[in-house]
Design a protein around this ligand. Structure first.
Ligand SMILES: [Zn+2]
Length: 242
């Protein structure tokens, strides 16, 4: 009996260890919102590039003159290189979202995490402009002590979010639109996924709502970080980028 209890406690401890909320910045300093009282918003797109969804998202962003950050996985960039090129050519930034985005990412060793980040960055480096800032968003937004160690000595800034669209979990687009538009406030960094078929439709409705209500969109990395509430300091300035 006691063995079961110990096992349960171990599982709970592992989950707590693995799943600190990215907004807390508890283990890793994270930019989760734009520190501004102005009606500014930033859009971010995770898990692409996707051969069908990403072009639709890009077309909408172009139509409204909005630039954003795409947190891509290395394996998807490798599979859809022309799409990655287009993202950058159209004025967006590609951020690092690990190479494989494996489900076990939060439980990986420091060495493996570092490998995942490094491998993705090597692929990104062939597309982003040479002086582009290094941004990382951990898969599932999870931060933990291993991630902190994995990032030590690197120049990465970590970007979280302050408004999750839940476009991967809520099936009906109307519900997602309602959820996001209700929560729009100055400074929100919004999380979408350009891997979901419904996202382009949702995106355009959200943009229209925001513009009608006097909001403007900026690329999240372009804000002056010295005024951020939650500054994302590089870990060890001048250290090797990995
Ligand atoms: Zn993701």
């Amino acid at each position: 009996m006691w063995i079961i209890i110990v096992l349960i406690l171990l599982v709970v401890a592992a989950l707590v260890y693995a799943s600190a909320d990215i907004r807390s910045g508890f283990y890793v300093k994270t930019v989760s919102r734009l520190a501004t009282g102005e009606k500014l918003l930033a859009l971010t797109f995770d898990d692409g590039p996707h051969p069908e969804v990403t072009p639709k998202v890009l077309a909408i962003l172009k139509k409204y003159g909005i630039r954003s950050v795409f947190f891509c996985t290395g394996k998807h960039i490798t599979a859809h290189k022309s799409m990655a090129r287009r993202i950058v050519e159209e004025g967006h930034l590609i951020g690092n979202h690990s190479y494989h985005h494996c489900n076990a990412f939060p439980l990986l060793s420091v060495r493996k995490m570092r490998e995942e980040i490094k491998r993705c960055q090597e692929v990104i480096a062939t597309f982003n402009l040479p002086d582009a800032p290094l941004w990382f968003r951990p898969p599932f937004g999870v931060t933990n002590p291993n991630l902190k160690k994995a990032l030590e000595g690197s120049d990465y800034r970590i970007m979280g979010w302050s408004l999750r669209s839940l476009d991967t979990t809520i099936r009906r687009p109307e519900k997602v639109i309602e959820r996001v538009t209700k929560r729009i406030k100055p400074g929100k960094i919004i999380l979408f996924h350009d891997s979901q078929a419904n996202t382009p439709l949702i995106l355009e409705r959200v943009i229209n709502f925001a513009l009608e209500n006097g909001y403007k969109f900026i690329r999240a990395d372009e804000k002056d970080f010295s005024i951020f509430n939650t500054p994302a300091e590089p870990f060890g300035k001048g250290a090797d980028r990995f």
